[in-house]
Structures are given as structure tokens and as C-alpha cells.
Design a protein around this ligand. Structure first.
Ligand SMILES: O=C(O)CCC(=O)C(=O)O
Length: 276
């Protein structure tokens, strides 16, 4: 693996990620990246993609706006995926020799949005087996810890799989009978776990494992937006896996068979130690 670490990453951050399943990386992205992405997010909000979801109930204040695959529609997002330090960050954190891009996920909570992001972990939503699966959660606004995502330290190593549910008010399950566990009420278990969250500035990000349990409060600020763009990254042990029910996001037409490496036109290889 490459010896020079990408911006925001040092050995302590890598150790913290492997122990806790989530870590804040400071100053990982230069501000021009953030400025370009903000413009793309505004464009997407005005003209969303086909998988857009509005998780705020009709008539309720605020707006919890979710969309996917901005990288396929907005050049700033594609450039971030292909050219920013993101793939190198993922490689360093996951200990991977190859990094492919899985998908992106926009999560905007406008001022006055009460809706929380329910507790969940990501891998049960994905038709993917493997351990080298992680996300960069990139805030595009300053986010105080009280409005940011919270992670349960070490939950990526519990060996548990919780049933995936949509983030809507009904929290509809993606699959009915599947061998997943029901999600405990982690708010009622606060004295039993260590919860991690950070004050973040634009340019900072959180890197987290796809099995780390996380959730977020609403954004009750009357003025401050909470725009975040998450990108999902895969190392070489990630394999396409058939799942019994729906997956999210529902990416179709990739042509992969169970057991195939998660690399294709839809999931492009972005970084390889051999080419670095
Ligand atoms: O931004 C949020 O509220 C939640 C983010 C999240 O669940 C994710 O990136 O997987």
C-alpha cells in the first residue's frame, strides 16, 4: 500500500477507525471541493434524480431531503469521486489495495426539520458481502455535534445484522422475513454504549464502516442548514451478494452475479495501489 497518507489521515485516525468503526478526519478536503459540491446539491434539489425521497411528512415543518447517484448527473460530484482524495482516504482506512466507488447519498436537513435519521447500519441495505466497505460522510455546512450523526463505538464488530428500514416516518422494512434482528431502541441503551459525534467544519469528514450503527437527530436550528453528502467505497474483498428482498439504493442493470467482485461500469475502480 502507498506510504504517503492522504490529507486528514494519520496512523492514529486509522487505528481509531478500526477500533471504533468511525472517525472524524479534519481538513481532509480543500474548500473548493466543498464549494463546488454545494452548487451541485442546490442543482439537485431543484432538479432531483429518479430515486429522490422526501422523508418529512406532508404538512410538517422542515425538509429531510434524500437523493442518490448525484455523481451520475452533476460534474462536480463525478469529479469529486474520480479526482478528490476520497478514494485514497478509503484505501488507507480500509487497508485496501483497490478501491471501487459504490454509490452516493445526499442527506439534507433544512432548518426546522424535526425528523431524525433512525438508528441503523448500512450493510444490510446493500447486496454486498465483505468487510472493506466504508463511507465518507461529508458535511457541506458547519455541523455542531448536537445536530450531527452519532455512531456507536465498536458496533461494526458486534457480528449483528439489523433489519434495514426506510428513513420515512413509518420506517417501513425493506424486507419482511430475512434473518435480520429487530433494531433495539439504542436511545434506551445509552448507558450501555459509547456514542461518538463531532463538531464538524466544511472540509472535515467522518469515515465509518458499513456495519457501524449510527443515527442522527433532526435539525432544529431555525437558520442553519445541514447538507451532507455521503459517498460509499469498496475495497477488494467486497463481493456482490443476492439478497432476499429490496435493497437500497435499488441500483439495477449492473450485470453482476453473486460472488463477483463489486467492480463494473456502475461501480468503477477509482484507485489501485498498483497504479499509485
Ligand atoms: O446524514 C444523516 O442524517 C445520516 C447519514 C447516514 O445514515 C449515512 O450516511 O449512512
Amino acid at each position: 500500500m502507498e506510504t504517503k497518507l492522504p490529507p486528514g489521515v494519520d496512523d492514529a485516525a486509522i487505528a481509531a477507525f478500526r477500533r471504533d468503526g468511525a472517525v472524524a478526519l479534519r481538513g481532509a478536503f480543500e474548500l473548493p471541493w466543498i464549494e463546488e459540491l454545494r452548487e451541485a446539491v442546490e442543482a439537485d434539489k431543484a432538479d432531483p434524480g429518479p430515486m429522490v425521497r422526501r422523508n418529512t411528512p406532508e404538512g410538517e415543518a422542515g425538509d429531510f431531503f434524500v437523493d442518490f447517484q448525484l455523481w451520475q448527473r452533476w460534474s462536480a460530484c463525478r469529479r469529486f469521486v474520480e479526482e478528490s482524495p476520497a478514494a485514497r482516504i478509503a484505501a488507507a482506512m480500509l487497508g485496501a489495495r483497490r478501491i471501487a466507488f459504490y454509490h452516493d447519498h445526499l442527506l439534507v436537513k433544512e432548518p426546522g426539520t424535526a425528523a431524525p435519521t433512525p438508528w441503523h447500519h448500512d450493510q444490510p441495505y446493500y447486496p454486498i458481502d465483505g468487510d472493506m466497505i466504508g463511507s465518507i460522510w461529508l458535511p457541506l455546512d458547519p455541523v455542531p455535534a448536537a445536530a450531527s450523526v452519532e455512531y456507536i463505538a465498536g458496533s461494526h464488530r458486534w457480528g449483528r445484522r439489523f433489519r434495514p428500514r426506510y428513513f420515512n416516518v413509518a420506517q417501513t422494512a425493506l424486507v419482511a422475513d430475512d434473518g435480520f434482528e429487530d433494531l433495539p431502541d439504542f436511545d434506551a441503551e445509552r448507558d450501555r454504549h459509547e456514542f461518538l459525534s463531532w463538531d464538524l467544519e466544511p472540509g472535515d469528514c467522518i469515515f465509518f464502516h458499513a456495519l457501524t450503527v449510527h443515527g442522527a437527530p433532526g435539525n432544529l436550528s431555525p437558520v442553519r442548514r445541514r447538507r451532507a453528502w455521503a459517498t460509499r467505497w469498496l475495497g477488494e474483498d467486497a463481493r456482490y451478494a443476492a439478497r432476499p428482498g429490496r435493497v437500497s439504493p435499488p441500483l439495477e442493470g449492473h450485470g453482476l452475479e453473486p460472488g463477483d467482485a463489486m467492480v463494473s461500469e456502475m461501480f468503477p475502480l477509482i484507485w489501485s495501489a498498483d497504479a499509485a
